[in-house]
Design a protein around this ligand. Sequence first.
Ligand code: SAM
Length: 342
Amino acid sequence: MLVRFVRVPQQDTERVRRELDTKGQVLRGVRFLHKDDDVLIPVNCDVQGMEMVERDVEVVQRPRSLSEALEGVLTDEQMAQLRTSFDVVGDIAVVEVPEGLEDMEATIGDALLSVIGGVRVVCRKMGPTAGEFRVRPVRVIAGEQRTTTVYREHGCNYELDLSRVYFSPRLATERARVASLVRPGETVMGMFAGVGPFTILTARVQPAVERIWSVELNPEAVTYMKRNIKRNRVTGTVLAVQGDVREVVPALGRADRVFMPLPKGAHAFLDVAMAAAADDAIIHFYHFTPEDVRFEEGAALIQAAAEEADMGGEVVFQRQVRSFSPGICQVVVDFRVTRNAP
Ligand SMILES: C[S@@+](CC[C@H](N)C(=O)[O-])C[C@H]1O[C@@H](n2cnc3c(N)ncnc32)[C@H](O)[C@@H]1O
């Protein structure tokens, strides 16, 4: 089929694509083409002021799933190994390619591009989230060569680089839950803040908050967080602080609410959270725990930390946030702190 394309220099592709997309001018079901150093974007109309070219190309119907896209491409044995679940962060899909399918990673990546509308990059998970910054190593296996994106959640936009900062879309519901609990006049201590999805959303949901500290160790995450604070117009309400929670939080004063979204290790910082909590404050404590003790371990840890700090308190809410790995889940425990307990 004869298709019209807009020809743009490689470096302008994303900007032009977004502009065309906003106007509904990008033609679906047709791949972008490359010509010398330029990219050809398929369009459904003549675009004024842009160089137009025509090419005879195949128009494909979008497959409904990754398995359908790879039917007849992978062998039955390979299909049995295929991981069909993936995360989408902005316009990047993040997928696991199991051992034995490494040689097919580009094919799997291309198939994902054809399945999910709006996805421009496919990254392969190259290992688990690791290190103090909880970053997951990823590699681009299809689409544009980048790991930066803008992710939209609950009306906020977060700019981030998946290869340099932690980010998971799987906490979206939890972020909305805690943000909705914040009352006017509260001071919030956002520990382990990453690029800001807990603290920025909170400021948007509760603009009458007194102040929200947003503390993060990874300098690159803090750079993105500062941009995201501006992008979401919460400057002056969300205050970015780069540093180790243990070192910087004691100087920031007491808070009415403390976020602790570091499920692998937040318990080692419960003493800092207790010291930062005002009387009647709520601590939202995230914890990885075996599923069979999901509502015991986290609660016991935070209760013990309160006693250790010579404080009282009680669990006011807890729930499983998500399954993490076989037998292990992430829970949140909301704990109301009582200072000067009798
Ligand atoms: C699991 S991520 C959560 C990030 C963010 N809250 C989110 O939901 O996307 C934990 C974050 O805590 C940061 N971190 C780890 N140890 C820290 C510490 N001692 N002080 C401050 N931040 C820390 C990591 O760099 C990482 O960005």
